[in-house]
Ligand binder design. Sequence first.
Ligand code: NZQ
Ligand code: ZN
Length: 385
Amino acid sequence: MFKFNYYNPTQIVFGEDRIAELDQHVPKDAKVMIVYGGGSAKKFGTIDKVAQALGNRKTIEFSGVEPNPRFETLLKGVELANEEGIDFLLAVGGGSVMDGTKFIALAMHYDKEPQDILFHGFKGVPATKSTAIGCIVTLPATGSEMNMGAVITYDEQKYVLMSPLVFPKFSFLDPLLTKTLPKEQIANGVADAFVHVVEQYITYPVDARVQDRMSEGILKTLIEVGPVTYNDNQDMSARKNFMWSATNALNGILAPGVPQDWATHMIGHEITSVFGIAHGRTLAIILPYLLRARKDKKREKLLQYAERVWDISSGKDDEKIDQAINKTEEFFNSLGIVTNLSHYGIDDNGIDTVIANMEKMGLTALSETRDLGPEAIREILHAAR
Ligand code: NZQ
Ligand code: ZN
């Protein structure tokens, strides 16, 4: 296991019908901007409940944060928040709203051009101040509710920003709020959470037993509860387990001391940027083909994955690995996700555009061993056609 520091200050408020408790978590004298997306949170009554829970505090609303939130949209939020003297931001939505709120929180105080916030990637934004954030999660998927990352679209590219200043102070995880999600968003969320775990787990062994077993526990849970939640809107027990799995998949608890491979995410982000396909879906398309292409590099962990996550105990090692990867793909298919690029109208020209953009973004040495370059990525994408 490698050396690590681990820090996570976000308080989680889990369970049904607890929005009234917001009053205990938002400072009494706060001036609050409630941030939400295209309207689902308003339509289904969550914004009204939030406003009621905030009582006499000054509140304003900022809506219209789109999926894959855009820099230009968020700048309007920054301007409004500064004009109104806002000192607390409450995100009500999925990953896009939470990420957009994180950007607003930093940009409100940033002394350089706001786009500079986006150009520091995993090294972290050199910011010293941020507005406090709280989240009401309506879509379990990204883990943004309990992490310090955000992904913002600027100039038709997705940029990852990281800053410990944007850890939410608290996040409400109410599984009832997810019941209005269309089925395909549940599928996207399950796939996203699954791939978050895989990218921190199927790399190479470093004898990190706690992290491995936590990863295996989350993957097994998602395999159990993902399809149930996708097919049955009434099974609250499955839904709760899905929600908590998604948070734990990317709240930092699996990452300390282990190698990480974010290649599927980086390729997926580019596919979203060029073709607008939802984030989780892009990952489900790429992951099985990436695992096949990287079988030798990931051999030991793939075997462990086959045996411990899919309970495959017979056959030669290669057969076990192949079977596990096939089962992974079938799992995504069982959530209604087609795992071929051609289904989404992406042909060889489209693949060339994706590769060219990744090169432009400097994404040319990916994976846990930094040896996944443009040609290898092209082969993965060709296999996924
Ligand atoms: O905008 P509204 O009307 O709210 O509709 C949203 C949106 O259209 C809808 N929705 C959300 N909750 C709902 C609901 N509809 C009905 N009922 C509800 N309860 O769902 C649609 C998708 O929402 P979005 O927030 O875009 O989805 P998701 O949570 O999957 O977030 C995706 C974004 O997160 C980024 C992605 O790149 C993408 O931009 N990621 C963020 C990460 C992080 N911060 O750590 C890591 C991830 O790997 C990911 O990259
Ligand atoms: Zn993701």
